[in-house]
Ligand binder design. Structure first.
Ligand code: SDX
Length: 394
């Protein structure tokens, strides 16, 4: 009993750590950041506020918010030498490969100022990462299309600045769409943290050895890239494009149910949620709003997604396996309508999740009792046996 939630002893025994940051009830489809429901935060807050909440445990006062925004804005530029790292990649390199390399390289730029035992330096490293991820990801996109990098602007807010650096060009003024900036802000809130998912656990395990925080975040980026994890938003949109029209949905539902077929419905199912992912509900509504705003409310992929969800949720296999749409099912439709190529979907997930990774890393490093992570195993290999010289081996 913690006075808040009653632990299931079985759960505690399998828990990898204790944390005060994010709470998930997979059976009820509940997600709380520091006690605030994801629905409230997506509807009433904004991403910078949610970053402050995840890092500090409380929503900021107006003065605290302004100071935090100023700190983040101050760190949006990257070291001019960092831009040289992009030139080592082929133009068609996947942006996740690029940002994994470039974020890892940040550990070489701040190695002398990242004393992780100093709480002030941990905060500075956190602010640097939250501030620089949009710049680095926009640079990866610009590099992939052969356009010049756009320097961050201090007069734009976090999401506006990212859209400007991504879609702006030096030769003409770029007008940021408030609708797209607001939709992006909501998408970032939904992706900000999610308890001990695979990439967050990767960051914690890497960080538990005392490794440089920038290198730990690069490890989280690598893990997030997988199609079973953050790569699912790109895979889900590719799947919807492959299905193409609602009449082909039954064929793919049958493939997803066939144990001999490796095909899985991308954007469906979850290790923890055995109910509707609360983020998917907000994402579906945001998709409808953005498509309406852009005048593409009859987007065929959105229609396929809605029909696929309807059929799957009434199918006995999906009901029995408790498979529901997750955060990745609708996000790709919104991002594609906003003009992002599918290869940029997972980098955007990484952009948002950086605050969750670094908040969880900070919580672990600040705990004086924390030790290096060291998962054990069940050994199922050969019993002890005598060595046989090669001349005597059959
Ligand atoms: C994210 O951990 C997090 O919090 C992650 C995340 C975050 O915010 O960090 O929420 C983000 O990664 C969301 C998940 C994105 N991945 C996908 O959408 C990829 C498609 N989903 C599947 O790969 C799958 O659902 C997983 C990997 C997400 C979970 O797989 P599990 O652990 O096998 O899920 P399960 O144990 O609940 O599966 C139950 C059954 C299994 O069949 P049986 O072994 O019982 O016969 O359902 C089957 C699974 O094979 N199944 C699916 C399915 N997902 C699970 N069958 C068809 N299509 C699917 N999508």
């Amino acid at each position: 009993e913690t006075g808040h939630f009653t632990y299931d002893p079985g759960f505690t025994s399998t828990a990898s750590c204790e944390s005060t940051i994010t709470y998930i009830d997979g059976d009820e489809g509940v997600l709380l950041y520091r006690g605030y429901s994801i629905d409230d935060l997506a509807d009433k807050s904004d991403f910078p506020e949610v970053c402050y909440l995840l890092l500090n445990g409380e929503l900021p006062t107006q003065a605290q918010k302004e100071k935090f925004l100023k700190n983040i804005t101050y760190h949006t530029m990257v070291h001019e030498q960092l831009s040289m790292f992009f030139r080592g990649f082929r133009r068609d390199a996947h942006p996740m490969a690029v940002i994994c390399g470039v974020v890892g390289a940040l550990s070489a730029f701040y190695h002398d100022s990242t004393d992780i035992s100093d709480p002030v330096q941990r905060v500075i490293a956190s602010h640097r990462l939250i501030a620089k991820m949009p710049t680095i990801i926009a640079m990866a996109y610009k590099y992939s299309i052969g356009q010049p990098f756009m320097y961050p602007r201090n007069d734009l807010d976090y999401c506006e600045n990212f859209l400007y650096m991504t879609f702006g060009v030096p030769c003409e003024p770029y007008k940021v769409s408030p609708t797209l900036a607001s939709a992006l802000d909501k998408i970032f809130i939904l992706h900000a943290d999610h308890e001990q998912n695979a990439s967050t656990s990767t960051v914690r395990l890497a960080g538990s050895s005392g490794a440089n925080p920038f290198a730990c975040i690069a490890a989280g980026i690598a893990c997030l890239w997988g199609p079973a994890h953050g790569g699912a938003n790109e895979a889900a949109l590719n799947m919807l494009q492959q299905i193409g029209t609602p009449d082909r949905i039954p064929e793919y539902i049958a493939k997803a149910k066939d144990k001999n077929d490796p095909f899985r419905l991308m954007g469906f199912g979850h290790r923890v949620y055995k109910n509707y992912d609360p983020r998917a509900k907000v994402m579906q509504e945001t998709a409808r709003q953005v498509l309406d705003e852009l005048g593409v409310h009859n987007d065929p992929l959105f229609q396929v997604a809605m029909e696929l969800e309807k059929i799957a949720l009434s199918d006995p296999y999906f009901i029995e396996k408790k498979l529901y749409p997750n955060v990745d099912f609708y996000s790709g439709i919104i991002l594609r309508a906003m003009g992002f190529p599918t290869t940029m979907f997972t980098p955007l997930f990484a952009l948002a999740r950086t605050v969750g990774w670094i908040a969880q890393w900070s919580e672990m490093i600040a705990d004086p009792s924390q030790k290096i992570g060291r998962p054990r195993q069940l050994y199922t290999g050969s019993p002890r046996r005598a060595f046989v010289p090669v001349a005597e081996r059959a």
